[in-house]
Design a protein around this ligand. Structure first.
Ligand code: SF4
Length: 300
């Protein structure tokens, strides 16, 4: 893929900054050079994503959302990362496969999609494990279309339904408008859920949602949208309760400075069950700063 035209007027995500990333950075904070902070086996994923040795995660630096509560703040907002060429990233994929990874999991990849495609083009004939696209969900359908034939499993967030909440926490009042369309495009592209003999997902979509303190009604509204629009044959739902209030959360968001209560979390999982959604719930007891990976360029 010829990336020069794409990066000289970047419109890869709904921000549509038009940034010239050959000379500078856009809202996501990244240039036209791949930057990543860690590549390693990661066991703390859904049981169908990390089912044996762990997901082969590559954590990319930068992000198009900059959520005020982001647990990966050091790489998403502070842009901690190591530069990689397209060939070096391709080698990282092969090393992860050689180390026994259950898949290649691309974490926050949106702003590097054309370069990731070029890396996958170099090695996809040698990859025997699925490629997973783990995204915050703020995506353009056009960018998802570029990934057709490269991605086996989509792992998108749907973070917010309310424009006000999305505006306050991620400066993206149009978040749900774009995320909902993108998730529908993902499910259409990869189709029905398919598993290997060990229970690992080799095709399909897993929609993640992190329950935030004080916003359970928005979470329930997201569950209702999923039930109305996506067949359980095409997508699982992963409801996460491990929200951790980090010290850097601004004082202007006092409601985010506590954990999610049992009542809040259970009200969301109960409604998902009533709606017949299939998937996972992640125990509130896993809420801990210990679950933040060490971004010290391991595996790069
Ligand atoms: S990927 Fe980055 S530079 Fe491109 S439109 Fe999105 S935020 Fe802007």
């Amino acid at each position: 893929m010829d990336t020069a035209a794409i990066f000289s007027n970047c419109r890869l995500c709904p921000r549509k900054c038009g940034a010239d990333r050959t000379a500078g950075k856009g809202f996501c904070g990244e240039t036209n050079v791949i930057s990543a902070a860690r590549a390693s086996l990661h066991k703390w994923e859904e049981p169908c994503i990390a089912y044996k040795n762990g997901a082969g995660t590559v954590f990319f630096s930068g992000c198009n959302l900059h959520c005020v509560y982001c647990q990966n703040n050091i790489i998403s907002n502070e842009l901690h990362g190591k530069s990689l060429s397209v060939s070096e990233l391709a080698d990282v994929f092969l090393r992860l496969q050689d180390s026994g990874a259950d898949n290649i999991e691309l974490v926050t990849p949106t702003h590097f999609v054309p370069l990731i495609i070029n890396s996958l083009d170099k090695v996809k004939h040698r990859l025997t494990i699925p490629v997973v696209y783990n995204t915050g969900g703020y995506e353009l359908c056009e960018t998802i279309a570029m990934l057709d034939g490269y991605i086996d499993v989509y792992l998108p967030d749907i973070k917010y339904r309310s424009p006000d909440i999305a505006k306050n926490y991620s400066s993206a009042p149009d978040y749900f408008e774009y995320a909902s369309r993108a998730v529908l495009a993902m499910t259409r592209q990869v189709g029905a859920l398919q598993y290997n003999s060990e229970g690992g997902l080799v095709r399909g979509t897993v929609i993640r949602h992190l329950v935030l303190p004080s916003h359970r009604h928005d979470s329930i509204s997201i569950m209702e949208w999923i039930a109305e629009n996506i067949s359980p044959e095409n997508a699982l739902v992963s409801i996460m309760g491990q929200y951790t209030p980090f010290v850097f959360i601004p004082d202007s968001f006092p409601e985010l400075k506590r954990r999610v209560t049992k009542m809040e979390y259970n009200s969301v999982t109960d409604r998902a069950a009533e709606l017949g959604l299939n998937g996972f719930s992640q125990d509130r007891s896993s809420a801990s700063e210990d679950y933040v990976p060490d971004f010290s360029f391991q595996g790069l």
